[in-house]
Write a protein that binds this ligand. Sequence first.
Ligand code: GTP
Ligand code: ZN
Length: 304
Amino acid sequence: MVQSEEEVILPKVRCVARARIPTTQGPDIFLHLYTNDRDNKEHLAIVFGEDIRSRSLFRQRIGESQQDRMIRGAYVGKLYPGRVDADVDDRQGLALRFDQAGNLITDHQTTWNGDNDTLIRVHSECYTGETAWSARCDCGEQFDRAGKLIACEREASTGIVGGSGHGVIVYLRQEGRGIGLSEKLKAYNLQDLGADTVQANILLKHPADGRDFSIGKSILIDLGIRNIRLLTNNPEKIEQASHQPLLNCVERVPMVPIHWTHESEGIHSKEVEGYLRTKIERMGHLLQSPLNLHSATQPSNIIV
Ligand SMILES: Nc1nc2c(ncn2[C@@H]2O[C@H](COP(=O)(O)OP(=O)(O)OP(=O)(O)O)[C@@H](O)[C@H]2O)c(=O)[nH]1
Ligand SMILES: [Zn+2]
């Protein structure tokens, strides 16, 4: 029997630290590190907007000092030398309030209104695409683009409405669509031997895509986000993005590869074409492709 969204028990997450990161791109972001009760990974939330507040981080803890709160990042406004009170930034005239149980009282002066349609990317870690300049996939491009879209009001080249400085990239440690980096490297070798990204996973005895995005949902709920505009082409992510009534995907925002609209930009390689073709043809990704699909090319000699 299919469980309703409310019946599905979401993972418990806890934000253990938050820090302001001045970026080379312009805006400060607030990096949040989470633990959870499902795996022992450090999943992250890259938060644009000082006023998007983690309820678990800001909850008051018995016996803690204001200094303790500032050290873990549970402060309002901006830290400066000599500041003594985490919950009051007298330079910006901001003060947090709490209920009897020590939970943050969210008011629009100090805390982002979760009913706003907030631009969100749920992104799975890809070391090769984000750090090793890989042209085998578009993950690194998507990561950068998501940050730019959240920071801007509207993307000039596509007209996509941005986040105007508010939004979240939930960064899940799901390297290799959950199979890890070592297995993904083996998958790459199988792809150089003619398999596609789905066949390679299956030949390594893994599912084509075994990822579960529920920790990402719990993180968004902890950040007080309710209505999300989801940056993705992946129908599975859209499917898993809601958890009524706590989380509601109000819009899917496409991520068309930059090279498809700007010939001289973005990632342009045989490998990334094959990767995108497979995502469209075998994983149902929502991309209208100017690609010549597999049907127009020689079938590979590895069929699974
Ligand atoms: N196993 C495997 N994983 C890959 C391969 N290429 C990229 N990946 C992983 O695929 C995942 C890509 O995740 P995302 O970019 O967040 O999401 P997506 O499923 O591509 O969907 P979008 O939201 O539309 O980008 C990352 O974990 C990558 O490490 C591959 O050839 N094999
Ligand atoms: Zn990648």
